[in-house]
Design a protein around this ligand. Structure first.
Ligand SMILES: [Zn+2]
Length: 111
């Protein structure tokens, strides 16, 4: 069986590698790029370590997209203040919901 491919580091974009304490025993994944981050737990199999790493990469990508969306809504609020002030409260509500998603994502990452 071929091991699933490791995604690039979610923080610096560097290549990742699987590391093993002993062949067939514990494994973890580390960034070989600038930041040298690693999954914070050792796994029994390579597949488990790779799955954990790749999930983290997906989460970081999702969180970056949510932060970018919040920035866009902030810009739209600034424009709407002069052009369409009546929609500002609606946009502020959207912005609040996006910020709540960011806070939830940060809490999930710490779990
Ligand atoms: Zn990195």
């Amino acid at each position: 069986m071929t091991a699933p491919e490791l995604k690039p580091c979610p923080f610096c974009g560097g290549d990742a590698e699987i590391w093993r304490a002993h062949e067939g025993r514990t494994a973890w994944v580390a960034c070989m790029g600038r930041c040298a981050v690693l999954v914070s737990k050792e796994y029994t199999t390579d597949a488990e370590a790779i799955a954990a790493w790749n999930t983290r990469a997906d989460t970081a990508t999702r969180n970056a997209a949510i932060v970018a969306a919040a920035d866009e809504v902030e810009k739209e609020i600034a424009q709407a203040k002069t052009l369409m002030p009546m929609v500002v409260p609606i946009l502020r509500g959207v912005h609040r919901n996006i910020l709540a998603l960011i806070a939830k994502g940060a809490a999930d990452d710490r779990a």
